[in-house]
Ligand binder design. Sequence first.
Ligand SMILES: CC(C)(COP(=O)(O)OP(=O)(O)OC[C@H]1O[C@@H](n2cnc3c(N)ncnc32)[C@H](O)[C@@H]1OP(=O)(O)O)[C@@H](O)C(=O)NCCC(=O)NCCS
Length: 392
Amino acid sequence: MAELRDAVYVDGVRLPIGRAGDKGYYAATRADDMVVRTIRALLDRNPQLDPTAIDDNVWAATTQQGDQGLTLGRTTAILAGLPKSVPGYAIDRMCAGSVTSITNAANAIRVGAQNVVIAGGVEHMGHHPIAEGADPNPRFLAEKLVDTSALVMGVTAENLHDELPEISRQRADSYAVQSQERVAKAHAEGVFDSHVVRMGVWSEAGWLVVTEDEHPRPGTTLEALAGLPTPFRPGGRVTAGNAAGRNDGAGCVLLADRQAAAELGLPAHMRLIDYVFVGVEPETMGYGPIPATQRLLAKTGLSIGDLDVIEMNEAFAVQCVAFLDHFGLPTNSPKVNPYGGAIAMGHPLAMSGARLTQQLAHYLQTHDEARYGLVTLCVGLGMGASVLWERI
Ligand SMILES: CC(C)(COP(=O)(O)OP(=O)(O)OC[C@H]1O[C@@H](n2cnc3c(N)ncnc32)[C@H](O)[C@@H]1OP(=O)(O)O)[C@@H](O)C(=O)NCCC(=O)NCCS
């Protein structure tokens, strides 16, 4: 097999994450306009990049209709004012949407088909609630291909608690408090300033510029979390406080062939080494990151101890604690989600992989001693995604 080229991470931006719903930041903003804002910001931050050098514009969204429909990669390339010569396409792997945009884009670069690609994800969960408009095949339930619980992500998290009784609600809540604390600290330290770009939005009060994530609840306490109801099961363990929320957001990264980046004067911060997507039981989709990471480590000959930082999507606290327990890491491991995660920040499904990758890049850029970083997510209907990057 011919040697693969290096696909490198050049830059990445995302919008402040909003809460889905009538009162959220982006209630009156179109999803495709959110995408356009991030593409323009990427170009503004990299003025040396001639837009005609962009070979593709790859965008993920879980719901691909309405303002997220009509082949988002192409519509937003035109709306963003990219030259008409820049093509684009749309892609879906639910929560791993933008991670799949990124691995697809990286592969096109690695095999030499393309040199410079924008890859991202958007989800306006206010405009597109999970599964709205979907028409699952009745065979799923009639033939018991999956249990009904597989179709509601919060119930799959309750199932995971059932299988792992050592992960109590108290442990899940402690993890959630830690996520809030880490996000507050990272925010105070300006970590998110490296990749979060502001956006003007229309609101009931007129135009306003949103600059920071809307979802975090700094000061969250264990006592407050202990009093929250369990919406997915009476007497359950999953609450609004230890689950990711429903959110609106868009984010993308700029990837390039390493040599092309040098020729174009673009920085190269990290290179994609390899990745794994796996399927797991849909009823306990939160296991996904465990086998995905196991297989990726086996493929690359690394051990969990070789990873200097792990950016894990926090769909639910139980799924994160399961991962930490499995790999023998303490719940407060400083190398896993050092800047907190989606429980505090929010999880606009297909967008989250871009956010995780940007935070990984930030960590590797600011920690000279670090070499390997992992992005990992669980995915609806039972999947896991893990991507390994190496600092340049
Ligand atoms: C869990 C879920 C149902 C909660 O939705 P919600 O009820 O609209 O959430 P809210 O933000 O209104 O929070 C509910 C309550 O908890 C409280 N709360 C939430 N987080 C809190 C925190 N950190 N500290 C204290 N209280 C908190 C809110 O104040 C609210 O209280 P109120 O009812 O008195 O106003 C929803 O966020 C959800 O479905 N999450 C999972 C999304 C998902 O499946 N994603 C895909 C993953 S694969």
